[in-house]
Design a binder for this molecule. Structure first.
Ligand SMILES: Nc1ncnc2c1ncn2[C@@H]1O[C@H](COP(=O)(O)OP(=O)(O)OP(=O)(O)O)[C@@H](O)[C@H]1O
Ligand SMILES: [Mg+2]
Length: 286
């Protein structure tokens, strides 16, 4: 078994595929451009890896404009483009070389964020990359760009868990409902998608509140993250995570709640005991 795989059961409830454990794939997508989906994906992946100790890879699927490299203060020479443009070479060793190590438990499969190529892909272009990552990584966080194409739809439908990030306005509400309905009908036997509100409370901006979202979507947002330009701006410009700046910031607490929901913690189904259990119990009681 490859490094880190023993932890997979902790995250998946011992998902078994052809006899071997596979990593849990968690997709973040914005209901509308700029809703904060990437920021949340990066911060939550950081908490899953650093505070829960699960080996995690953040996959930046916004090849043209992705910000994970900036947010994690990494400037890797290679990344996801090398893999998606060389499908025949994709295997564990090849993908491993493309990962940049941000911390002991967090790796990044970075977007090139260059415009010399265009990034039109077939629906299954990322399948081999995801399949390979799932054999080595307990937790795979996908930062899915806000676009609707064969491969983005496939990445969402195939994910174990999905978080839709919405700002509190009408267009975000409509899009959240559409994405929700589509995902519920295309994966009826899988876990329901989740959504959260972000950038709540921009001064003077009329908003659609959490209750109205809940009525339209028929479930509550898992958190409502306040608009905090000072903290989010500082983190983005310094290449830091919000938990690194302030462990006790209210957004850090909300990222923690998201991490717990997405990794299965806090759900009624208790994972089998492992060497991580005491740590998880400690985190829960906090
Ligand atoms: N709660 C918040 N308060 C203040 N600023 C925020 C908040 N959440 C995100 N931001 C800021 O909003 C901007 C857009 O965030 P981000 O890039 O994560 O959005 P996105 O949904 O990934 O956008 P895109 O559609 O381009 O992928 C960033 O500058 C980020 O720092
Ligand atoms: Mg983004």
């Amino acid at each position: 078994m490859l490094p880190g795989c023993a932890e997979v059961g902790e995250l998946t409830g011992l998902a078994l595929v052809t006899g071997s454990r596979v990593g849990r794939q968690i997709a973040f997508c914005g209901a509308k451009g700029g809703a904060g989906s990437s920021t949340l994906a990066h911060n939550v992946a950081h908490l899953i890896s650093e505070r829960m100790g699960a080996n995690t890879v953040l996959v930046d699927l916004d090849l043209a404009f992705g910000t994970a490299g900036l947010d994690y203060n990494q400037d890797p020479p290679q990344g996801i483009a090398d893999a998606v443009f060389s499908p025949d070479r994709v295997d564990t060793a090849f993908i491993d070389r493309l990962l940049s190590k941000c911390t002991d438990h967090l790796s990044l499969l970075a977007a090139p964020a260059t415009l010399d190529r265009v990034y039109d892909f077939g629906a299954d272009a990322f399948d081999a990359i995801f399949d390979t990552l799932r054999t080595t990584m307990p937790c795979i966080v996908l930062d899915v760009p806000h676009q609707w194409s064969g491969w983005t739809k496939r990445a969402l439908v195939a994910a174990d868990d999905i978080l839709i990030v919405a700002a509190p306005d009408l267009a975000n509400l409509r899009n959240t409902k559409n994405i929700f309905d589509l995902l519920k009908s295309s994966r009826p036997n899988d876990r329901m998608p989740l959504y959260c509100l972000n950038q709540v409370g921009i001064p003077k901006r009329p908003e659609i509140n959490a209750g109205e979202f809940a009525k339209a979507i028929e479930c509550d947002p898992i958190v409502s993250i306040p608009f905090d330009p000072q903290m989010f701006g500082a983190a983005a410009n310094n290449g830091q995570m919000i938990a690194e700046i302030s462990e006790n910031h209210r957004s850090t607490e909300m990222f923690r709640q998201i991490a717990q929901r997405l990794t299965g913690r806090g759900e009624t189904k208790k994972p089998r005991g492992s060497f991580l259990s005491p740590l998880i119990e400690k985190l829960r009681s906090k």
